[in-house]
Design a protein around this ligand. Structure first.
Ligand code: FE2
Length: 364
């Protein structure tokens, strides 16, 4: 393999810009089992915004809201609604990562800088990716604090019950008509990613809607970014609906891995998280399609969990409905049992489920 000019250790954090971070923080604690870890805001000397950092196993979410009308984050929320702003990548050298990528054509969002507090220092630098989304390179080898300099520890009375969410498996971006290859090329050329898989409209189409997708992966395979673009169908594609409501490209879903999807989804449902439903018929010949699996069929059917198999094994997955009122960001819960793919065998059943929801919203 060629020299990897952008070695990435993993996802560092995902930051969402939201209309009310205080309330969103409680939603992700209560419904998704995250633990409140830290806070930055007026009380800590950050005058224009409030940020809450939440954690579950290896996953860190940051929820940020602006405090003033005349603020770039307020503009972001007005345009996109709640959504992902930062896909932060954990690296050993933030400045080098920024230089390697900007010298290959990435557009800088923020030049390398060092932030410090009593627990040490963190170097960060950011580049633009699709839409208004950015990648922040985070170098934290000289930092012992809980998250980033400036954040203070924050706890709540509410006792979080983790539900088995472990790490971010992949993050999917929706881009505009005909833009998929441009962004795949961006990840290949400026970030040294490799093209893993291609799905065309023959793989992913239903009677009404179609999309095309390619998956790129970092040199070491730790980071996977599928990129979707809409394709021509009889009616409005789900990607088009996203682009209309997000007002442009952005993160469509984050897939979070669990070791026990039955437990995780049971808990999520109990706490009010809503999922896409597939018809009963999906389960009738499921075992003929995917072969022998370790799990009993009944709980999978009761919870509406999908199964798919590839050459290396199988996977279990389920998709939430959008987690805000705009039909934009949603989550996938995934358990891999050998399979390294993305559930191609479920695309049709899944997209028909999405179309039913789209139809209810009058956007088909
Ligand atoms: Fe996915």
């Amino acid at each position: 393999m060629e020299h990897d000019f952008l070695p990435i250790n993993g996802t560092d954090y995902v930051e969402l810009y939201v209309g009310n971070a205080k309330q969103s923080a409680l939603f992700y604690q209560y419904a998704f089992g995250f633990e409140l870890l830290g806070y930055a805001g007026p009380e800590t000397g950050v005058k224009d915004r409030a940020s809450y950092v939440l954690k579950q196993d290896k996953i860190r979410l940051v929820l940020t809201t602006p405090l003033f009308e005349d603020h770039p984050i307020a503009d972001h929320i007005k345009k996109h609604g709640d959504g992902v702003k930062v896909l932060a990548l954990w690296v050993d050298d933030a400045e080098k990562s920024w230089k390697e990528t900007t010298s290959r054509g990435a557009i800088s969002y923020e030049e390398p800088k060092t932030i410090k507090d009593a627990f040490g220092e963190v170097k960060v630098a950011s580049i633009h990716t699709y839409g208004e989304t950015i990648h922040t390179f985070v170098e934290r080898k000289n930092y012992k604090g809980l998250f980033l300099p400036g954040f203070i520890e924050k706890k709540t009375e509410y006792k979080t019950q983790p539900i088995g969410l472990k790490y971010i498996d992949h993050c999917v971006g929706n881009v505009g008509w005909g833009e998929m290859n441009k962004w795949v090329e961006f990840y290949e050329k400026t970030m040294g990613f490799n093209l893993l898989i291609t799905f065309d409209d023959k793989d992913i189409s239903t009677e009404y809607t179609a999309l095309m997708s390619k998956v790129v992966s970092s040199g070491n395979g730790y980071i996977k970014f599928p990129i979707n673009e809409p394709a021509e169908g009889k009616k409005k594609s789900q990607i088009e609906e996203y682009l209309d409501f997000y007002n442009g490209p952005g993160v469509q879903h984050m897939a979070i891995a669990t070791d026990n999807i039955i437990h995780t989804v049971t808990e999520l449902r109990k706490r009010g998280v809503e999922f896409l439903e597939v018809p009963e018929s999906y389960y009738t010949d499921l075992l003929d399609r995917v072969g022998k699996i370790d799990e009993d069929l009944q709980p999978l059917k009761d919870l509406n969990i999908l199964v798919d198999r590839d050459e290396e094994g199988y996977l279990l997955q389920i998709f939430t409905k959008p987690v805000q009122d705009r039909p934009t960001l949603f989550f996938e819960i995934i358990q891999r049992k050998g399979a390294k793919s993305f559930g191609k065998g479920n695309f049709k059943a899944l997209f028909e489920a999405i179309e039913r929801e789209q139809g209810l919203r009058g956007n088909l």
